[in-house]
Design a binder for this molecule. Structure first.
Ligand code: 4IP
Ligand code: ZN
Length: 146
C-alpha cells in the first residue's frame, strides 16, 4: 500500500497495562490508507514493526495543548485515540505536527467510531490535566471537530 506520510517521531508508551512504564521511544512512523504503523529503526538491519493501528479504529486525532514540560527532544505533541488507548506522538516542529494531524484526520473523518468529545491535554499521573477527571476512559471535555 502506498505511503501517505512517513517520518521519525517520538511516542510515549501507550500504557496498556497498569504496570507499563511511561517511556518515550523514537519510531519510524508510516501512514497508509489503512494503517498507522511505527517501526524501530536498526542501523544496517531490517526495521521491526513495534505497533500498528487500524485507521478504522481511530476515534480522534488532535494536537495536545499542554503546559507540562515534555521529557523528550520533540516538543510538539498530538494524540491518536483508538480502541481504549491513547497514543501520544511528539513531532519535531509545528509543521510536522500539522501534517500528521491533517493527514490522519482526513483518513479517519468518516469513521463511525469517532467520539463527540476528547481531552485536549495529557493523561498523566492518574488524571486528565484538562478536566481533572480521574478515570482514563472518562468522556472528553472538549468538542471534537473531525
Ligand atoms: C515499552 O517499554 C515500550 O515503550 C513500548 O513501545 C510500549 O508499547 C510498551 O507499553 C512499553 O512497556 P519497554 O521498551 O521499556 O518495555 P514500543 O512498542 O514503541 O517499543 P506501545 O503499546 O506503546 O507500542 P505497553 O503498555 O503497550 O506494554
Ligand atoms: Zn479533559
Amino acid at each position: 500500500p502506498s505511503t501517505i506520510l512517513e517520518e521519525f517521531l517520538i511516542k510515549r508508551s501507550q500504557q496498556k497495562r497498569r504496570t507499563s512504564p511511561a517511556n518515550y521511544k523514537e519510531r519510524h512512523f508510516v501512514l497508509t490508507k489503512s494503517r498507522l504503523t511505527y517501526f524501530e529503526f536498526r542501523q544496517g538491519k531490517k526495521s521491526i514493526v513495534k505497533g500498528s493501528i487500524d485507521l478504522a479504529k481511530i476515534k480522534c486525532v488532535e494536537i495536545v495543548i499542554s503546559d507540562i514540560s515534555i521529557p523528550c527532544s520533540y516538543k510538539y505533541p498530538f494524540q491518536v485515540v483508538h480502541d481504549n488507548y491513547i497514543l501520544y506522538v511528539f513531532a519535531p516542529n509545528k509543521d510536522s505536527r500539522l501534517r500528521w494531524v491533517c493527514a490522519l484526520k482526513e483518513e479517519t473523518k468518516n469513521n463511525n467510531t469517532l467520539i463527540p468529545k476528547f481531552h485536549p491535554n495529557f493523561w498523566t499521573e492518574g488524571r486528565w490535566r484538562c478536566c481533572s477527571q480521574l478515570d482514563k476512559l472518562a468522556a472528553g471535555c472538549l468538542l471534537y471537530d473531525p
